[in-house]
Design a protein around this ligand. Structure first.
Ligand SMILES: Nc1ncnc2c1ncn2[C@@H]1O[C@H](COP(=O)(O)OP(=O)(O)O)[C@@H](O)[C@H]1O
Ligand SMILES: [Mg+2]
Length: 261
């Protein structure tokens, strides 16, 4: 039921663009120890789409996500989220931007152990100095299946429940784009499926844009399309991905770096 189309028609043109990267490069270290993690990546993602990013370990997936989300700064190139350019501004502007417009979900949840589920969820709002609407917080936590756990602490929750708190935390500020880096990497199959369905629902029902790094072809098949990375460059794209087709493409990634672009 989650895989059927929403029936929404996407606008076209720049206004419909949730994320745009133009020739984004990021090199770590200097001279002999320099590693080019991203090498001139250009891409455009429409609003209301769910995109998976795949590629071998070290191909630049996390760097791509962090640059796109404003957690890291590219050395060159342009990053635009929902029409606003991220690159070029100062540190304070970047932080403000990040708190207002993007949500991030990490593999290891990144919850604060001393805070309750509700407190963890509202943290981004508090940091952004925004008003906390308790009804909205309860609504978001109920939507991820944790309506009866508001006062629990992370150590009283399973991994899947923790990740659902992290998703609620990412959703509560109404971000334009949600970035998730291996969000199911530490979860069992059933919890992973719950998390993937929530991300899919954020897109299909609420019209958000999700970009998710994963190494799992089944997880990738929940997305509308898959972008493949190899050596810091885009190495292909697949629409309407199936687990088998994704696994097949991954196995041959690097055979021909321009395949599918
Ligand atoms: N903070 C860092 N310092 C130095 N090198 C890094 C850093 N982060 C990533 N790298 C290097 O950049 C490349 C891409 O890393 P990453 O984006 O984490 O890849 P992936 O997420 O696809 O595994 C790798 O060679 C990695 O070792
Ligand atoms: Mg990574």
């Amino acid at each position: 039921m989650f895989r059927t189309g929403s029936g929404r028609t996407h606008e076209t043109g720049p206004a419909a663009e949730a994320l745009r990267l133009v020739r984004v490069s990021r090199t770590y270290g200097t001279d002999d120890s320099a590693v080019t993690a991203l090498d001139g990546v250009t891409l455009s993602l429409a609003r209301g789409t769910f995109t998976a990013v795949m590629g071998p370990s070290g191909s630049g997936k996390s760097t791509l996500l962090q640059c796109a989300a404003g957690l890291d700064r590219p050395d060159s190139g342009i990053v635009r989220v929902d029409g606003t350019e991220l690159t070029g501004g100062g540190e304070a502007a970047l932080t403000r931007f990040r708190r207002g417009r993007v949500g991030f979900v990490f593999q290891q949840y990144n919850l604060l152990e001393t805070l309750t589920v509700a407190q963890n969820t509202v943290l981004p709002l508090k940091l952004a100095g925004r008003k906390v609407d308790r009804r909205r917080v309860r609504e978001v936590l109920t939507a991820v299946g944790l309506g009866d756990r508001l006062g629990h602490r992370p150590d009283q929750l399973s991994g899947g429940q923790r990740q659902r708190v992290a998703i609620a935390r990412a959703l509560v500020a109404d971000p334009r784009v949600i970035f998730a880096d291996e969000p199911t990497g530490a979860l069992d199959t059933r919890s992973a499926r719950d998390v993937l369905r929530l991300l899919q629902e954020a897109v299909r029902v609420h019209g958000r844009t999700v970009v998710m790094v994963t190494h799992d072809p089944v997880a990738a098949s929940y997305a509308d399309s898959v972008l493949f990375l190899a050596d810091g460059r885009l190495a292909g794209r697949m629409d309407v991905p199936t687990p088998d087709a994704v696994a097949e493409r991954l196995a041959h990634l690097g055979d021909d770096v321009t395949a599918g672009v």
